[in-house]
Design a protein around this ligand. Structure first.
Ligand code: 9D3
Length: 253
């Protein structure tokens, strides 16, 4: 999969792209990233990419012309117009379903907003969709683009090292649907500063372990993300577990 990232800070992406599965996928050729410096599509002495809002107001907006020229150049190089996403605070909320959908693209443009925003004609006429990564204020679209790139890339065959996901109709691995949260997990040592890993996990009783894990995951979801439980498809066993009072001890926060 080929990502085109359009930004005024191309240097920002050395870092996010150079570690872990993304770095390895780039080395193996499963993934490629081309960085486009928006200022290369300006012609004035100051390489201006921003201007003052019509009608007045605080701050500056990104101009449409350099963005349009950058997208033209990408289209020319690709021989088509790849699916283009504007990262902006006014976009639709990014979720796993969108990551799965975008992972179907062979080529994807991520356009990073900056300043107080982007001339609205970009969202209206030049990109296919506008995405926000959450209800918080960032300084620009670069971090959001890195987040989207990571979430999309890891769904591609050959990126996580799980080649078998290439056989899946959708690239998402089974069990990776956003249902409820992963439950708590523990590894050695079994006791640290008097904090004991749950005994049941050391018991070897796999049926009991399975039930304990499911309960712990449901409880953690109820505590941290009750919104997910409204959407999740819970089994009869899940409902029974949620009815039952917990049999295990342990600090709750
Ligand atoms: C007057 C209100 N503005 C500043 C508080 C709105 C505003 C403009 C530009 C808020 C953020 C930004 C820059 N943000 C992004 O470009 C952005 C973003 C985000 O802020 N939150 C979540 N996802 C994204 S994707 C791009």
């Amino acid at each position: 999969m080929l990502f085109h990232v359009v930004t005024i800070f191309p240097g920002f992406f050395t870092g996010p792209l150079d570690y872990g599965v993304v770095a390895r996928a780039r080395q193996s050729g499963a993934l490629a990233v081309r960085l486009w410096d928006l200022r290369d599509f300006t012609f004035d002495r100051h390489r201006t990419v921003d201007d003052r809002p019509f009608g007045g107001g605080e701050g500056m907006l990104m101009k449409i012309e350099p963005i349009s020229l950058a997208l033209d150049k990408i289209a020319e190089q690709s021989g088509r117009r790849p699916h283009a996403v504007l990262l902006s605070a006014q976009g639709r909320l990014f979720e796993q379903a969108a990551a799965r959908r975008l992972a179907e693209c062979e080529e994807l443009v991520l356009l990073c907003g900056r300043y107080e925003g982007v001339d609205e004609r970009v969202a209206e006429h030049l990109v296919d969709e506008e995405i926000s990564i959450g209800n918080f204020v960032l300084s620009g679209g670069e971090l959001a683009a890195a987040v989207v790139l990571d979430a999309v890339a890891r769904l591609r065959p050959g990126v996580l090292g799980n080649e078998q996901s290439a056989q899946c109709e959708s690239f998402a691995a089974p069990g990776e649907e956003v249902g409820i949260l992963d439950g708590p997990q523990y590894t050695r040592p079994a006791e640290f500063r008097g904090w004991q890993a749950p005994e049941i996990l050391l018991s070897g009783n796999h049926e009991q372990i399975r039930r304990w894990r499911r309960r712990a995951a449901l409880e953690k979801t109820l505590r941290n993300r009750p919104d997910l439980l409204d959407r999740a498809k819970l089994s009869d066993e899940d409902l029974e577990i949620l009815e039952d009072p917990p049999r295990h001890q342990g600090a709750k926060n």
